[in-house]
Design a protein around this ligand. Structure first.
Ligand SMILES: Cc1cc2nc3c(=O)[nH]c(=O)nc-3n(C[C@H](O)[C@H](O)[C@H](O)COP(=O)(O)OP(=O)(O)OC[C@H]3O[C@@H](n4cnc5c(N)ncnc54)[C@H](O)[C@@H]3O)c2cc1C
Length: 572
């Protein structure tokens, strides 16, 4: 058996994991585990920008950003965390600049900023404000590569292409994990004082998705299996503009830079849904408007129009969008319309944590010693029921950094807890069992059934009967899953093992998503119930908590933290 000991272990090498590693290493020795090579982490896909009220293009203030984030979240975000986020985002943008992130520049040599949906001036009363810090349309690549380079410079140890399967707990806290070396097909035990999960989101539960295939919510799956709670899983963001029919993202930057939406009749239909903010209304509003147009016309997509933008402007500001439309759909965006439809993009729910990234064992106040989470897998909750574009990469950086700092402050005062022998043998038995059963079931088929049915029954427009139907489908798929086997398939480079493990997490999370969505009888942000179309603050101004006990999922709720902006109706 391969055994390793590290003071601080970070699972996930996206923007959140690497930001945490860079701070944690000031306090102790750090290792990072990632199931893909770090710069292939999903963060690399981020396009449009990262939010900070720098005011480089016109007047802006962190308080305006705070208000927009609260309103964007449909008042379900926790305002204590949202205030810290918007305030710290400004410092973080300069920190990233000094680390070497190659931001685009305005005519004064400052970081270039662009418009993005939901970001306005004057506490939502004024015109849109350019708040998204830009690196052409490749912000993820710029941030991830810079952070990874810095981690290498600081000699942080990486275990790449290692799939973490189980977290290990002593009665006094989290103390390690089990990982599968994807290349060699060997099991490794990791012993650590402090562990941070930064494993990303779960938008791959859906067939039409902007996400890379690795976004299967593994961290959440491990938390659920450990009997710990997850928060607000029902809130899944559909990005308005996925390139039809694949789902590749046509960044919101396109609309920020002046792109329009047109329906089949050539009408700029946002006039009917968000007359003042039009295409720059928040994502939930624009995605729902597109879905309504799709259902009205029977055509599976609407159009994005960029034909009025100049060739040079497109090349400078939107080179990736131009390239993707051409490579994947053969479309010349200067001359042709781009077919787009809403695609599952971001998952607001996740592992409940406090503002220092400590995982909350009861989902409310009590921290689980030794365990942290940051980034898309965590729920702090900044985004509440709906995330504003560009707030995610910045959340990963700000709260990854904070969690890293907290770990650095704790690590020398923390002892290694003994590893739990019984948990390890049960986990190994579970893994080995897969290699005993013959491979009679198609993993890809099972996954597709899940993704297609989630899209149909738990997508943008939901109701009780569709959600109930979906719950039965998932429970049936879970029964089939039990028959999956890998007998006779060599363990080295066994990618089927990874797919099986990811599917296991996806099935468990999907069930928890549907149960959470079924219970929430209102419409708020990204969660839209046709049978309960109004937001209901009297009964539902609260976060959902869901956890597993003896194979049964249980629900509970906790209040939203409101410090400054009382809930009001949203108009755009
Ligand atoms: C196409 C696209 C464009 C976007 N554009 C923007 C944008 O312009 N601005 C913005 O703010 N946000 C954007 N987002 C959202 C943003 O990119 C993500 O929310 C953010 O990058 C998530 O980062 P993360 O560090 O939490 O996780 P990720 O970058 O997803 O990294 C997860 C890490 O966890 C590892 N991992 C997962 N499971 C395991 C396991 N079992 N074992 C070991 N390792 C594991 C993976 O290998 C990976 O390293 C975009 C998203 C998409 C899909």
């Amino acid at each position: 058996m391969n055994k390793h000991q590290h003071e601080i272990l970070i699972i996930g090498a996206g923007i959140a994991g690497l930001s945490a590693a860079l701070e944690a290493c000031y306090g102790g020795e750090v290792a990072v585990i990632s199931k893909v090579f770090p710069i292939r982490s999903h963060s690399v896909a981020a396009q449009g920008g990262t939010a900070a009220a720098l005011g480089n293009m016109e007047e802006d203030h962190w308080e305006w950003h705070f208000y927009d984030t609260v309103k964007g979240s449909d008042f379900l975000g926790d305002q204590d965390a949202q205030a810290i986020f918007c305030y710290d985002a400004i410092k973080m943008a300069y920190y990233l600049e000094h680390l070497g992130v190659p931001f685009s520049r305005n005519e004064n040599g400052k970081i270039l900023q662009r418009y993005f949906g939901g970001h306005y001036s004057q506490f939502g009363q004024g015109p849109p404000v350019r708040r998204a810090c830009v690196a052409a349309d490749r912000i993820g690549q710029a941030m991830l590569h810079t952070l990874f380079g810095e981690c290498l410079r600081r000699k942080i140890k990486f275990y790449n292409e290692f799939l973490v399967t189980h977290l290990l707990f002593h009665k006094d806290g989290c103390c390690g994990c089990i990982a599968w070396d994807l290349v060699k097909g060997e099991i490794h035990i990791f012993h650590a004082k402090l562990i941070l999960l930064a494993t990303g989101g779960y938008a791959r539960l859906f067939q039409f998705s902007t996400n890379s295939a690795i976004n299967t919510g593994d961290g959440l799956g491990m938390i659920l299996n450990a009997g710990l709670p997850l928060e607000d899983l029902e809130f899944i963001q559909f990005h308005p503009t996925g390139l039809y029919p694949w789902g590749f993202l046509m960044s919101e930057a396109v609309r920020g830079e002046g792109g329009y939406l047109l329906n089949q009749a050539g009408e700029r239909f946002m006039e009917r849904y968000a007359p003042t903010k039009m295409e720059l209304a928040p994502r939930d509003v624009v995605a729902r408007a597109i879905q309504m147009e799709i259902e009205l016309s029977g055509n599976p997509y609407v159009y994005l129009d960029l034909r009025h933008l100049s060739e040079d402007f497109i090349q400078e500001r939107l080179p990736q969008v131009k390239e993707m439309a051409f490579k994947f759909a053969g479309i010349n965006i200067k001359k042709e319309l781009i077919p787009v439809a809403p695609a599952a993009h971001y998952t607001m729910g996740g592992i409940p944590v406090n503002i220092d990234g400590e995982v909350l064992a009861d989902g409310k106040k009590e921290a689980m010693p030794g365990l942290f989470a940051a980034g898309e897998c965590a729920c702090i909750s900044i985004h509440g029921a709906n995330r504003l574009g560009t707030n995610s990469t910045m959340e990963c950086a700000v709260f990854g950094h904070r969690a890293g700092k907290k770990m650095a402050s704790l690590v020398k005062k923390t002892n290694y807890l003994p590893l739990p022998k019984e948990q390890i043998s049960l986990a190994l038995e579970e893994i080995n069992h897969l290699f005993v059963q013959p491979p009679k079931i198609s993993i890809a088929e099972l996954r597709q059934q899940l993704q297609v049915s989630m899209m149909q029954n738990c997508g943008i427009l939901r109701d009780q009967s569709r959600l109930k139907k979906q719950l039965i489908i998932i429970q049936d798929l879970k029964e089939v899953y039990k028959k999956i086997g890998l007998k006779g398939i060599p363990r080295t480079f066994n990618l089927a093992f990874e797919e099986v493990w990811e599917l296991r997490n996806m099935l468990n999370i999907a069930e928890a998503v549907v149960i959470s969505a079924l219970a929430r009888e209102e419409s708020r942000g990204a969660h839209y119930r046709i049978d309960f179309p109004k937001r209901d603050d009297k009964n539902w101004l609260k976060h959902t908590l869901i956890w597993k006990k003896e194979d049964k999922l249980n629900l509970d709720y906790k209040p939203v933290v409101i410090t400054q902006f009382p809930p009001s109706e949203r108009f755009f």
